[in-house]
Design a protein around this ligand. Structure first.
Ligand code: F6P
Length: 397
């Protein structure tokens, strides 16, 4: 890659929901860019920061990020803590397209006001798509970095934040195992993943789940799924396991094909009712399902926080440095990706049409592949993941 030696002024922003590792990227970008003698400006609250700038509500110089900007008192001064912190020091907004809160024009003016050579933006499929439209309109040079605990950005094997979230859910499953076992309960654990089941599937395997329901394999709850779960409970009891952990991704729909905020609660109640129904058939193998005790736990936003895992810290460092390297080479309009053990990039001109087409047709841009290693592994371990294979991906929305 040929590298321009001219000093640059770059901006960085975090958009969409937060996730562990964002600060690690900011740190890496500041370190790499500062070593090159560049200036880095941190734009607060994503595109809202550009509006504030345009409206004179903040000063350009206040946005300047320096390597030594994160002071801790006493003997700990100088400790470089940024990569250990979740959230985003720049803040993030999750409120939809710019038309919802201000005109795109103001954002574009704010961007010009900063006089940047290029922008680095961290986002998921939704926010990157919005930013891409703005960049096309405003003629921005930019580099995108994928971040989401849902891991559903296409063309990258992993997105920032995913690994930490998998660890968080895995730990929660461990903790829930012992209370479930003590009370012989069926504990349903609702895990994030708006349209994709990567988080539920991988943490379910790592956390010893007995059932994992993801939208790709179980688009909606129905009697067939409840029957499969009850069968699984029967088989576990035959093997002397009196409790069960059921992981459900929030993207799984209810019987009426609707999205529910607390689908885990619904599922817990339905397992109980379906168990009673099976018991009433009089078949001996179902007789102990009469008094199933179920409980639901929704893990919620705890999955978006926590100390970034070592893997996410390394990914943050690699992604941040790669973004700076791309800008140094004036290779813009790129998505930084992780592929086959290395950091790489993919032209947004290839990535965005695919994401947009998927959004247009209400399909997840990067679903769990039905023949993936993890689906197969779950099945091989005897985890119930639904017993049908779909010809096409489920539709969301
Ligand atoms: O896309 C990431 C995600 O964490 C989803 O898994 C979840 O549905 C959503 O964000 C929650 O968003 P909010 O922060 O707006 O509640």
């Amino acid at each position: 890659m040929s590298v321009s030696t001219r000093s640059k002024k770059i901006g960085i922003l975090t958009s969409g929901g937060d996730c562990p590792g964002l600060n690690g990227v900011i740190r890496a970008v500041v370190k790499c860019a500062t070593q090159r003698g560049w200036e880095v400006y941190g734009i607060p609250y994503g595109t809202q920061g550009l509006i504030n700038l345009e409206q004179g509500n903040c000063d350009r110089q206040d946005l300047r990020l320096q390597e030594h900007g994160f002071d801790i008192p006493g003997l700990l001064r100088g400790v470089d803590i940024l990569q250990f912190l979740s959230g985003s020091i720049l803040g993030a907004l999750n409120s939809g397209s710019p038309d919802d809160f201000a005109s795109a024009d103001e954002i574009l003016k704010g961007y010009r006001h900063l006089g940047l050579d290029a922008l680095i933006a961290l986002g998921g499929d939704g926010s990157l798509s919005i930013l891409n439209d703005l960049a096309e309109k405003g003629g921005w040079n930019w580099v995108a970095i994928p971040k989401t605990i849902d891991n559903d950005v296409p063309f990258t094997e992993c997105s920032l934040g995913f690994d930490t979230a998998v660890n968080t859910v895995t730990r929660a499953l461990y903790d829930l195992t012992f209370t479930a076992a003590s009370h012989n309960r069926i504990i349903v654990v609702q895990v994030m993943g708006r349209d994709a089941g990567h988080l539920a599937l991988q943490s379910g395997i790592a956390g010893g789940a007995d059932v994992i329901l993801i939208p790709e394999l179980t688009p909606k709850l129905n009697d067939r799924v409840l029957h499969g779960i009850c069968q699984q409970i029967v088989q576990l009891r035959q093997r002397d396991r009196q409790f069960a952990l059921v992981v459900v991704a929030e993207g799984v729909r209810n019987q009426a094909d609707g999205k529910e905020k607390y689908i885990g609660d619904t599922l817990a109640k339905q397992i109980q009712t379906y168990g009673q129904r099976l018991c009433e058939t009089g078949q001996p193998q179902f007789c102990h399902l009469k008094h199933l005790e179920t409980r639901a736990t929704t893990l919620g936003h705890i999955q978006r926080s926590g100390v970034p895992s070592s893997s996410d810290r390394r990914l943050a460092a690699a992604f941040g440095c790669k973004a700076v390297e791309l800008i140094a080479a004036e290779k813009y309009q790129q998505l930084v990706i992780w592929s086959q053990g290395r950091v790489d990039s993919k032209p947004l001109g290839t990535v965005m049409p695919m994401i947009k087409e998927r959004h247009r047709t209400h399909l997840c841009p990067n679903p769990v592949e039905l023949d993936s290693l993890w689906v197969q592994t779950a099945r091989d371990l005897g985890i119930y993941v639904g017993d049908f294979v779909l010809a096409t991906s489920p539709v969301y929305g």
